[in-house]
Design a protein around this ligand. Structure first.
Ligand code: NAP
Length: 339
């Protein structure tokens, strides 16, 4: 009998790839979604009898996952990916911090109380739970051991700090839960940097994409004389992030580990260079050229990442910037036609 995996927030950008890979490997998947319409859409895209869904409208509500888990005693793995990732918020505490933290606590409490058969839990955390603004200098190298020490008050200052805080406090809540409650399951986390790459299904390509993929989509919305956006950081492809969720529960060496998913650095200039070089017919004269090959002037000033431990667990090189950008743009152009 195949293993059943529970995936919260199954309609998310990353989660759809996770579910797709799970189904492709023969797992059964129970996803939580916020509405039947969203669940039916995902089920149609997956076209698999091995996918079913439960509705959890709001992960922040106490007991949010209790009924869904009671209904699925066959589930032995729980992947908690649901968490707000956008900056369009009115109240940082209510819209970002509380859903992330309470959602994680609700997931783990439900597993402890109603999923005694669940052996592994993987929480999707973030590089945001690792980095610290004060250490963002070229002399510092982050690893799986680092922790963001942002305070709750600092996190309430603005939506970006709010998101960073939401991931830090949610991940801490997960490890604290394991320490204090001593549950029967084993925890691991997946901590990605900016996640790029195509949507799991062409039908998910919308005018505005999820927060991270939109960084690439946004390049297509520039005018030839636009300033090059100032966005820079580390990137990882969504297909590698999805695979890491599977490795996190399949590989014994990943137990109780934080998997730091990062391939390399990018600046918006690097994205522009790749788009301008690979889609000449589509974009020539329509988007800026900027100062080609100068991305490293920006990225060389920032801290480094050493994630050798995670790379060893994954066991193959990550998808590089060129492939992740080309695949993202190609899908957008295929769906939308010309710019
Ligand atoms: P996404 O597409 O926005 O997915 C987030 C998912 O969580 C959606 O299914 C969303 O449902 C659900 N969700 C959010 N708030 C909820 C709530 N209060 N109740 C129920 N469901 C809720 O974002 P993503 O990029 O795939 O992110 C998935 C996870 O990866 C998050 O934990 C995020 O913090 C983490 N992460 C992402 C990146 C990145 O660059 N993308 C990097 C590091 C970590 P609806 O869409 O229906 O609202």
């Amino acid at each position: 009998m195949s293993t059943s995996v529970f995936v919260s927030g199954a309609t998310g950008y990353i989660a759809q790839h996770v579910v797709k890979q799970l189904i492709a490997k023969g797992y059964k998947v129970v996803g939580t979604v916020r509405s039947a319409a969203k669940g039916d859409n995902l089920k149609a895209n997956l076209n698999s009898e091995n996918f079913s869904y439960e509705i959890v409208e709001d992960i922040a509500v106490k007991g949010a996952f209790d009924e869904a888990l009671k209904a699925h005693p066959e589930v032995t793995v729980f992947l908690h990916t649901a968490s707000p990732f956008h900056f369009n918020v009115v109240d940082v505490e209510k819209d970002l911090l509380l859903p992330a933290v309470e959602g994680t606590k609700n997931a783990l409490s439900a597993v402890k109380s109603f999923g005694p058969q669940i052996e592994k839990v993987v929480v999707t955390s973030s590089y945001a739970a690792i980095l610290t603004m004060e250490k963002q200098t070229k002399d510092y190298t982050y690893s799986e051991e680092d922790w963001n020490e942002i305070t709750w008050e600092q996190a309430k200052a603005n939506p970006i700090a709010g998101y960073v805080g939401s991931k830090s406090f949610a991940e801490k809540a997960a490890w604290d839960f394991v320490k204090s409650e001593k549950p029967h399951f084993i925890l691991s986390t997946v901590n990605p940097v900016y996640v790029f790459g195509p949507q799991a299904f062409d039908s998910e390509v919308a005018g505005t994409l999820n927060t991270s993929a939109e960084i690439i989509n946004a390049v297509l919305k520039l005018s030839p004389d636009s300033e090059v956006p100032s966005t820079s950081g580390f990137y990882i492809d969504v297909r590698d992030v999805a695979e890491a969720h599977l490795v996190a529960f399949e590989n014994k060496d990943a137990q109780e580990q934080r998997l730091l998913l990062a391939d390399g650095k990018f600046a918006s200039q690097d994205i522009l260079d790749i788009v301008n070089e690979n889609f000449v017919k589509d974009v020539a004269g329509k988007i800026p050229v900027g100062k080609p090959n100068s991305g490293s002037e920006i990225t060389s000033a920032s801290a480094a990442i050493n994630n050798e431990k995670t790379k060893k667990l994954i066991g193959h090189p990550f998808i590089g910037l060129k492939e992740t950008v080309v695949d993202t743009i190609q899908q957008i152009l295929n769906v939308n036609g010309k710019l």
